[in-house]
Design a protein around this ligand. Sequence first.
Ligand SMILES: CC(C)(COP(=O)(O)OP(=O)(O)OC[C@H]1O[C@@H](n2cnc3c(N)ncnc32)[C@H](O)[C@@H]1OP(=O)(O)O)[C@@H](O)C(=O)NCCC(=O)NCCS
Length: 342
Amino acid sequence: MEIRPIDVHDDAQFHDFYVIERDSLLHQRPDAPVWSEREAQVMFRRKELSEDWRAFGAYDGDRMVGAAEYILPLLDNTDKVYLEVHVAPQHRRLGIGSAVLSHLVDLAKVDGRSVLLGESNIPLDQRETHPYVRFAEKNGFATASVELNRELKLPVSDEQLTAWEQEAAPYHVDYQIETFVDDLPEHLLESYCYLSNQLALDAPTGDIDFEPEGMTPEVFRVRQAKAKEQGRTVFETLAVDRSGQAVAQSTLATSSDDPLRVSQWGTLVHRDHRGHRLGLAVKAANLRALQQAFPDRQKVRTSNSEHNDHMIAINVKMGFEPVELLVEFQRKLWGSPRSAGC
Ligand SMILES: CC(C)(COP(=O)(O)OP(=O)(O)OC[C@H]1O[C@@H](n2cnc3c(N)ncnc32)[C@H](O)[C@@H]1OP(=O)(O)O)[C@@H](O)C(=O)NCCC(=O)NCCS
C-alpha cells in the first residue's frame, strides 16, 4: 500500500478521495450531515492565509482505499495539526487506518507540530467502547474532550421565537441586535473578528489547550467568499453595544446542496458582556431570519462540550436534543507529561 498526497485540483483523484470520506462518515449513521463534493473541493482548492488543507490517499495498486485530511493552522495554535483518517467501510480492520495515521504523525514531526488532534462521531452510549475510540487509543491518542451533537427540529413557531426574544429583551436594553446575511459591515469587522477569535479559548475544550484564533478582516473576507462559492448562505446575528462594538454573535449556515439541514456554527458572548441574555437573544433572532429565508429546512445541528453548561442551557431551552457524541482525540508528541507517543 502506498500513501501519497492527492492532487486536489484533479477532479478524478478528488472524487475518489471524497467518496471514501463520505461513505466513511455515513457508515452506520446514514442521516448524518456530510459536505457535498463541491463544498469539500472549495475547502481544499481555495488557499487561505489561516489554514493549509492537505489531502492524502492510501492506494492498493491504482485503487484508493483510505483517505486523510491534514490541516495546519497557520496564524495561531501553530503547535497543532488537525487530522482526519477515513477507511472505506469494506476495507477496515486491515491496518490501513493505522498506516495512514502513522504517515501523518511522521509528517507532523517534520512540520514541527507537537499536538495532534482528531475527532469521531459515535453513538451516545459508546464513548469508551466504540471501534473509533479503540483505534485512536491503539495509535497513541487519548480522548481529550467530549462534545454532544444536538439537533433542533424546524420550524420553530413564530410565537415561540417571540417568547424567547421577549424573555431576553429586558436584560439587553443597552444592546442592538442586528442580523446580516453573507456579509458584515466594515465598521463591525474588527470587533467581530476579536470576538470570534475568543471562541476557541472561552468554550470548554477538555484537555486541549487552545490559544485565541488569529482571524483578521482579510481572512474573514476570504472565508466569506469561500462560503459563497460552496453554495452556502451564512446568517450572522450580532449584539452591538453602545460604543458600536460587536460583543455577542451567533452564526447559522445553510448549504444549497442540502435542502433539509442547517448548521449552527459559533455562538459567543464577550466575557465583559455576559449575564444580559445575549446568547438567547442572538440565537433566537438568527433563527427567525433563517426561517424567513429558508422556510423548508427541517433541522439545525449544533455541537457543544458536555461541560459547556451555559450554552447547553440555552440549547436545551430551545429544544435541541442529543443525537450522538463528537469525541475529540489528542496525542502529544513532545513537551508534555501526558505525552502518549515518542
Ligand atoms: C477509525 C478508522 C480510520 C480505522 O481504520 P482501520 O483501517 O479499520 O484501522 P486499523 O485496521 O488500522 O485498526 C487498528 C486498531 O484499531 C482498533 N480497531 C479498529 N477497528 C476496530 C473494530 N471494529 N473493533 C475493535 N477494534 C478496532 C484495533 O485495536 C485495531 O488493531 P487490531 O486490528 O490489531 O486489533 C476507520 O474505522 C474509519 O474510517 N472511521 C471513520 C473516521 C474516523 O472516525 N477516524 C478516526 C478519527 S480521525
